[in-house]
Design a protein around this ligand. Structure first.
Ligand SMILES: Cc1cc2nc3c(=O)[nH]c(=O)nc-3n(C[C@H](O)[C@H](O)[C@H](O)COP(=O)(O)OP(=O)(O)OC[C@H]3O[C@@H](n4cnc5c(N)ncnc54)[C@H](O)[C@@H]3O)c2cc1C
Ligand code: FES
Length: 281
């Protein structure tokens, strides 16, 4: 699966357009793929951030957080993945529900984008709240602006838009007007914080969980999450779930399982390569 285009969206965040006509033909908002760089590489789940059926391409947005993402982000157009498996997961239902608020924390803008784009095209009123730690880490701002009726931007350090966490404008919007659905995607603490507000105000909320995945097909059990007291597999039952029912404490604990090994692999890898040019920013 060949990379046909690459650009750097922010330090350590790369957008790749990949030739994958059979996946592009079936992709829906909410789907993801599992990629392998070569036949000895780890399997990495990545959201299909966009797709172009006519061109036969899918768009991936990858943040370098460890060895495998560093290797992927160092790839250039003309190079190929050994394999790209997908589309995987349960697509996000696109219906006309009324007013939808999409909340993106950091890289969460990537999985949020195809959902709000489809909801906007389906005739919903769409409000997007985009948050990041600082201005240079805001991604897909213009793309999200084009598919929303209102875009609110917030940065933790106040370097762009409102000063503070995305939860502040979220509460303001929910207290200002009737909202039929909230979609919150980003780091687990951010999704948890959004759900605490929407639970209090009784607003339907969907989150997209980034549990640790291995096979991506429901066989290994690695991505188990508890939703409404029931065990679910993020890869086949999700990754989107009813946020008001998710056991976030358990999810946080499970995500920490491999921290030490991942840190070790990343450090060893950094001694051996220069990496993607985005890292220099
Ligand atoms: C469905 C899904 C698919 C994913 N797909 C990909 C993918 O394709 N590629 C990839 O590389 N990764 C993917 N991820 C990983 C994930 O998006 C990132 O690890 C995550 O967004 C971290 O971003 P960050 O480091 O910028 O977070 P941070 O910078 O820590 O936070 C970003 C923003 O979130 C808000 N926030 C953070 N904490 C809180 C809090 N406690 N309360 C309120 N607001 C808070 C703030 O506004 C903050 O600025 C996916 C995740 C999900 C959920
Ligand atoms: S990744 Fe193996 S069961 Fe979901």
């Amino acid at each position: 699966m060949e990379i046909v285009a690459k650009d750097c969206l922010a330090p350590r965040i790369v957008r790749l357009v990949v030739k994958a006509p059979r996946i592009a033909a079936k992709a829906q908002p909410g789907h993801f793929v599992v990629v392998r760089l070569n036949d000895r590489a780890e399997r990495i789940p990545l959201t299909i951030a966009d797709f172009d059926r006519a061109a036969g391409t899918i768009t991936l947005i990858i943040q370098e957080v460890g060895k495998s993402t560093a290797m992927i982000n160092a790839m250039e157009p003309g190079q190929s993945f050994a394999d790209v498996l997908g589309p995987l997961g349960t697509p996000y239902p696109i219906e006309k529900v009324g007013t939808v608020v999409g909340v993106a924390g950091g890289l969460g803008a990537a999985p949020l984008y195809p959902k709000v784009k489809a909801l906007y095209e389906a005739g919903n009123r769409v409000i997007v709240i985009l948050g990041a730690q600082r201005r240079e880490l805001l991604i897909l701002m213009e793309e999200l602006r084009a598919v929303s009726h209102e875009l609110i931007v917030a940065t933790d350090d106040g370097s762009y838009g409102e000063h503070g966490l995305v939860t502040v404008p979220l509460r303001r919007v929910l207290e200002r007007e009737k909202v039929d659905e909230v979609i919150a995607i980003g780091p687990v603490p951010m999704m948890d914080a959004c759900c605490r507000i929407t639970r209090e105000l009784n607003v339907k909320t969907v989150v997209s969980l980034n549990a640790v995945m291995v096979d991506g097909t429901g066989m290994c059990g690695g991505c188990r999450v508890t939703v409404g007291g029931q065990s679910k597999f993020c890869c086949v039952d999700g990754p989107a779930f009813d946020g008001l029912q998710v056991d976030f404490a358990e999810l946080r604990q499970r995500q920490r399982y491999y921290n030490a090994q991942e840190r070790e692999a990343y450090q060893a890898h950094q001694h051996g390569m220069e990496g993607c040019r985005c890292r220099a920013k």
